[in-house]
Design a protein around this ligand. Structure first.
Ligand SMILES: [Zn+2]
Ligand SMILES: [Zn+2]
Length: 215
């Protein structure tokens, strides 16, 4: 495999933050959930130790647990930030509820530099990413599909055995089911699925046994 995927579990929501890098040490940060000073330092130390050149900041979606570290990444690495156009409302809502969730120290995320759409193709170094719009957990949720590598970073759509909640603003169970069955479950069996929370899984395992089948 020519990609290296490093995950960190950050903040009170135990959110998975990903750093994906290629063999030339170009790297993207997906869903930086670092909040405490220690978490920021852990992420920065990895980047420094691996001598990575951070080239982009991507969000699968803009719930607070996935954007807590956006400001840190933007300030320290100066990269462009990518968000789906339909999740700007989700992003703008964060500052209103941050303190309710105990994140009084939330540092306002930058505005996106690029707005992604379904089927957007992103190329960073030798990393080629197909952006697939997968609404239902929130309106502008996307997954990052590294098709030639058989890897998808899927945020809060599928979890190992379960799926993202749909009771938050903009959430819809029928829409999520459609995203899961039409977009996720049509990927090849052995596709490795990295989740926004909990352990990774495969498309085959979830297609056979995910809790979504009960709904
Ligand atoms: Zn979420
Ligand atoms: Zn989450």
């Amino acid at each position: 495999m020519s990609l290296k995927i490093k995950s960190f579990e950050f903040n009170a929501f135990q959110e998975n933050t990903f750093v994906v890098s290629d063999t030339e040490r170009n790297a993207i940060v997906i869903d930086p959930g670092c909040y405490s000073r220690e978490e920021e330092q852990e992420l920065a130390a990895y980047i420094k130790h691996e001598e990575l050149n951070i080239v982009a900041l991507l969000n699968t979606h803009a719930h607070i647990d996935h954007v807590l570290g956006n400001a840190f990444i933007k300030e320290n690495y100066g990269v462009d930030y990518y968000l789906h156009q339909e999740d700007i409302t989700t992003l703008n809502a964060v500052q209103q509820y941050a303190s309710l969730y105990g994140f009084e120290g939330y540092r306002l995320s930058p505005e996106p530099d690029f707005l992604m759409e379904d089927q957007s193709e992103l190329v960073f170094g030798s990393m080629r990413i197909k952006v697939l719009h997968t609404p239902g957990h929130c309106p502008g949720h996307v997954v990052f599909y590294f098709e030639s590598e058989g890897i998808v970073i899927n945020g809060d759509v599928l979890f190992n055995g379960s799926f993202g909640r749909t009771d938050l603003p903009g959430g819809n169970l029928e829409t999520l089911k459609s995203s899961i069955f039409k977009t996720m479950f049509t990927m090849p069996d052995n596709t490795l699925v990295y989740c926004g929370h909990g352990p990774s899984t495969t498309i085959k395992k979830e297609r056979l046994s995910n809790y979504i089948h009960q709904f």
